[in-house]
Design a protein around this ligand. Structure first.
Ligand code: ADP
Length: 154
């Protein structure tokens, strides 16, 4: 079966900002050919983090995750492309930087688990909910790239 065009939600976490890696990380996504259709800097509030991280809210480390995620603003992005959700997770690498392959973002830039630079949606359901959580419809943009025009698969 051919690839489908998907959208995925990215958060560049406080360690990306603190370590001056925003440009390097965004560059990885651009070089892959993903289309940036939304991008802004925001401060994460308590309530939105409780929703976003509901699946780890009962973990002992959650309090620290929350403090970390609120320690600076974050950069939120929506990326679009063929099978973008899995493609971005592949470029990002697994949660733990020390397990991530060299060449992936976490493999190249992160050694720990808490400070792993980027959040990316992990399923179609999560992507839909997360894009809706962080972006208004009028903050998402449609435009054509040359690579869209010559997309024949599927
Ligand atoms: P991912 O971000 O790769 O989808 P999870 O959804 O499992 O990973 O976890 C959310 C975030 O919580 C991780 O990206 C990481 O920042 C943090 N986290 C996960 N597990 C731990 C842990 N054992 N100790 C500290 N922080 C953790």
């Amino acid at each position: 079966m051919g690839a489908t065009i998907q959208r995925t939600l990215i958060l560049l976490k406080p360690d990306a900002l603190q370590r001056d890696l925003i440009g390097a990380v965004v560059g990885r996504f651009e070089r892959k050919g993903l289309k940036i259709i939304g991008m802004k800097m925001i401060r994460l509030e308590d309530a939105v983090l409780d929703t976003h991280y509901a699946h780890i809210a009962d973990k002992p480390f959650y309090k620290d995750v929350k403090e970390f995620m609120m320690s600076t603003p974050v950069v939120a992005m929506v990326l679009e492309g063929q099978d973008a959700i899995a493609a971005v997770r592949l470029i990002l690498g697994p949660t733990r930087g020390y397990e991530a392959d060299a060449g992936s973002i976490r493999g190249d830039f992160s050694i720990g688990v808490a400070s792993n630079l980027v959040h990316a949606s992990d399923s179609a359901e999560a992507a839909t909910a997360e894009i809706d959580r962080f972006f208004n419809v009028n903050e998402l943009f449609e435009y054509e790239k040359i690579t869209d025009k010559f997309f024949y698969e599927g």
